[in-house]
Design a protein around this ligand. Structure first.
Ligand SMILES: Cc1cc2nc3c(=O)[nH]c(=O)nc-3n(C[C@H](O)[C@H](O)[C@H](O)COP(=O)(O)OP(=O)(O)OC[C@H]3O[C@@H](n4cnc5c(N)ncnc54)[C@H](O)[C@@H]3O)c2cc1C
Ligand code: SF4
Ligand code: SF4
Length: 763
């Protein structure tokens, strides 16, 4: 593969990681290593209160295990790594449950909070929920909070070994852990890793960054007076640092972006004021090239080009966030989410061998020059089974490409067979459809059964996850709606009710006896699937009823729906979106994110144009003979490219790797059409669909992480900008609203109809 291609490939596969990378976690926060749990900041808890809650919850689970407590005095029941909010609360809860527990802490108790700027007010968000567990938490100065925590540790005689960081960990054959610290070795039945990620500040990686006047945190702002200070970063901590330092110093703030997208509204306002009053010099679109002795070299945008500028500095603060301590986690054997380890070529070769084996096994292999028909079918079966076993073995050893191969094989087989008798894809041609036509029913029927069963099983799980467990009525109704549409409109009606309606003349004698209507049961999918998603609405000799319904659905009902609900059809009605919201739900956090991934959404428009062009050709072909061939060619191409590969094989293959919404977001022409309708309605201020943030965002990133269509919801929340279909491709699933721990986001209430498109500032 060329370097460019390899880079693009890598960018696509890892784009799900962009805002926040995490260790791979199973149920109850257990890592890939059985008995090793990860909580707090490392596991995505964004604030102290939520980190504390995770500490309590994981102990509920651990203490309930039959082997939670042991008799061997040399083996601790639990070792907690990290004496921060999550670790301390977990250890206190474990002690209360009668577990023998030890805490290892690399620095001091509550080291991260110790490192906050002096006198910093610690917020106890989210306000609405009380803190869980034995640690005290309320809004307080950091010094007071730490004093209270020390007192709690003392009173509970918690065994915390400070200045003793964990350096290594091995799971022994008997299932216990051997932990090695900077001073000793310990054994434990279970381990909780609560080591946070603040100890790993992100670096620029430029020369001179290790100079003593370049810092990665601000501890004591009052210490600096009358000095030249360079602050690097564009987040809240950089801006807050610049603002506080500007009170007594000359401050420059260098940020690589053209504008700030992740600031609290208040910070943005204060920064604007400070810049206007010349208390801070802002250098946007700039990056540090080097820190010299007294000057830093920046490359900054100027007059359409790039220019090198030298800026004097006495102190520099590089405050660009923290990185997941990947090396540390990997050294412990912990797997991360979305890790692309393994070999693409090896996985592709094995995948091909599975198909080749199936070709021989299907008895259709016949050779030109080679005597392929002489290969015994059993040998083909054996080859397929061995190659498949190879993919599984590699997959279980962490080769993600092997899982990609398995996922492709499943989708390709299902779609390659159901495509029609005699038209099956290689290697199923000539035998696949027949083999899958069971109990007198065609393979296409069993495909619909499979689809509905999968959606139901995973739909119930998703309903429990987002609806029942969180007591969220919106999500309960959404999943009930998706499952009902699947069962009624995309299964029972086309497979049973339509035929009964014809047989028992429920549709009237005239329609029931008209073969154009009665013999095209497949058209009843078009009752809820609108053109161009249901692409064949207007050709292959449709009955007038279907033409009228098709026009009404696509050009009257869908636009009307878009006024109130934007693109909610994708997340409440559609079966394609339904599979993504159910089977694909567990991978929603892997949806591609970032500006590049949004640029790729142009593909939807290309498919829509393709659909319009082929439909026009098909409608013209009978009137104008010239269009006969292009229409046939266009139809075949559309069927193969869009209706088989883009809607069926590729997106489902990619569910576990790029989240469930690849089709809906990048290729569905109906989604694009709805986006256009909704956009126009928003622009002319009749749309009633938008999400509004309040001012409580704590920048935890949960909304962005869980958005299946990769919208950076957090940046809207931080700026308190309304999110609609002009500025995003939101499908109104409401998951961002549900996951937000601060109840920041809400849909536009139905009664405030006319202000929907008013600019945020006007509210
Ligand atoms: C500048 C700033 C301001 C913030 N303000 C607030 C606020 O006002 N309110 C709020 O709720 N949240 C705030 N937060 C977030 C808050 O700090 C975190 O959510 C919280 O500290 C997470 O707790 P934790 O226990 O998971 O991790 P941490 O508190 O980071 O604790 C991890 C502990 O593990 C230790 N450790 C690391 N590696 C090892 C090792 N190898 N062995 C042993 N120990 C190890 C560390 O020394 C540390 O003590 C702020 C964060 C920052 C950076
Ligand atoms: S922004 Fe929210 S409602 Fe819209 S698609 Fe993303 S998660 Fe769903
Ligand atoms: S709006 Fe998003 S980033 Fe802000 S608190 Fe809610 S979930 Fe977190």
């Amino acid at each position: 593969m060329g370097t460019g291609l390899r880079e693009s490939w890598r960018a696509i596969l890892s784009s799900g990681d962009m805002p926040s990378r995490r260790p791979l976690l199973r149920k109850n926060n257990e890592s890939n290593i059985r008995g090793l749990y990860i909580i707090g900041d490392l596991a995505g808890a964004p604030v102290i209160k939520l980190a504390m809650a995770q500490g309590c919850e994981v102990i509920e689970h651990i203490a309930a295990q039959p082997d939670a407590r042991g008799d061997d005095p040399r083996v601790f029941d639990l070792v907690v790594v990290g004496a921060g909010a999550a670790g301390l609360n977990a250890a206190l809860a474990a002690q209360e449950k009668g577990l023998r527990v030890l805490v290892l802490e690399k620095g001091k108790i509550a080291n991260t909070i110790e490192n906050f700027p002096e006198g910093k007010w610690v917020y106890a968000e989210p306000d609405a929920s009380p803190p869980k567990g034995k640690l005290w938490l309320d809004g307080a100065r950091k010094e007071d909070l730490i004093r209270r925590w020390h007192q709690i540790v003392r009173e509970n005689r918690l065994d915390v070994r400070t200045e003793e960081g964990l350096t290594g960990l091995v799971r022994e054959r008997d299932g216990t852990f051997r932990l090695v610290s900077e001073r000793a070795a310990y054994r434990a039945r279970r381990v909780i890793l609560a080591s946070g990620q603040r100890g790993n500040p992100r670096k620029l990686g430029v020369p001179g960054e290790d100079r003593e006047q370049v810092y990665h945190r601000l501890y004591c702002p009052r210490h600096y007076r009358n000095e030249d200070i360079l602050v690097v970063g564009g987040g809240n901590s950089a801006v807050e640092a610049a603002l506080v330092l500007a009170e007594q110093n000359r401050v420059r703030l260098s940020y690589r972006g053209r504008q700030f997208t992740r600031l609290f509204k208040d910070n943005e306002r204060r920064l604007r004021e400070a810049v206007a009053q010349k208390r801070i010099e802002l250098v946007l679109e700039s990056r540090v090239l080097e820190f010299g002795e007294r000057e830093a070299v920046l490359e900054a945008a100027r007059d359409g080009g790039q220019e090198r500028v030298a800026v004097p500095y006495d102190h520099a603060f590089v405050l660009i966030g923290a990185d997941l301590p990947v090396a540390f986690l990997k050294s412990l054997g912990i797997q991360l989410e979305n890790e692309w380890e393994g070999s693409l070529l090896r996985a592709a070769a094995l995948t091909f061998l599975v198909l080749l084996g199936l070709w021989f096994a299907g008895g259709q292999a016949s050779g030109g020059l080679l005597p392929l028909d002489a290969v015994p079918r059993a040998l083909g079966g054996l080859l397929a089974a061995a190659a498949l076993a190879g993919l599984f073995a590699l997959g279980f050893r962490g080769d993600r490409y092997a899982w990609l191969g398995v996922s492709f094989l499943v989708s390709y087989t299902i779609y390659g067979i159901k495509v029609g008798a005699g038209q099956e894809f290689w290697p199923y041609r000539g035998w696949g459809y027949e083999a899958a036509s069971l109990f007198g029913r065609p393979a296409s029927f069993w495909y619909t059964v499979l689809y509905t069963v999968v959606m139901t099983v995973f739909g119930i799980q998703a309903l429990k996850r987002w609806g029942l467990d969180c007591r969220d009525k919106f999500q309960i109704w959404r999943y009930v709606s998706l499952l009902s549409f699947q069962w009624i409109f995309f299964f029972l009606i086309p497979e049973f009710l339509f035929q009964w309606a014809v047989r028992y003349q429920w549709v009237g004698e005239r329609l029931a006896s008209d073969p154009t209507f009665a013999e095209q049961a497949w058209r009843s999918y078009g009752l809820a699937y609108a053109w161009p998603l249901f692409f064949y609405t207007f050709f292959f000799d449709p009955h007038l009823v279907w033409v009228v319904w098709g026009v009404t659905l696509t050009f009257v009902l869908i636009p009307l729906f878009a006024i109130w609900h934007g693109k909610r059809y994708c997340s409440w009605v559609c079966g394609c979106g339904g599979l993504a919201e159910t089977l694909g739900d567990r991978w929603r956090h892997l949806a591609p994110k970032g500006p590049k991934s949004i640029q790729w959404e142009w593909m939807n428009l290309a498919v829509l144009v393709f659909a319009v062009a082929v439909t026009a050709l098909m409608l013209l072909r009978d009137a104008v003979a010239l269009f006969l061939e292009p229409a046939a060619w266009g139809l075949n191409a559309y069927r193969l490219i869009v209706d088989i590969w883009l809607v069926g094989i590729l997106p489902v293959t990619l569910y576990p790797f790029l989240g469930g919404k690849v089709w809906c977001r990048y290729w569905c022409p109906l989604a694009k059409l709805m986006q256009l309708f909704s956009k126009v309605f928003t622009r002319v201020r009749v749309s009633r669909f938008a999400i509004y943030p309040n001012d409580k965002c704590i920048a935890c990133g949960e909304c962005t992480r869980n958005c299946q269509v990769g919208i950076d919801v957090m940046s809207f929340a931080l700026k308190q900008d309304a999110l609609n279909n002009v500025n995003s491709s939101c499908i109104g699933c409401g998951i961002c609203v549900s996951v937000c721990p601060m109840d920041v986001l809400s849909f536009q209430p139905v009664r405030a109809l006319v202000q929907i498109a008013a600019p945020a500032a006007a509210r």
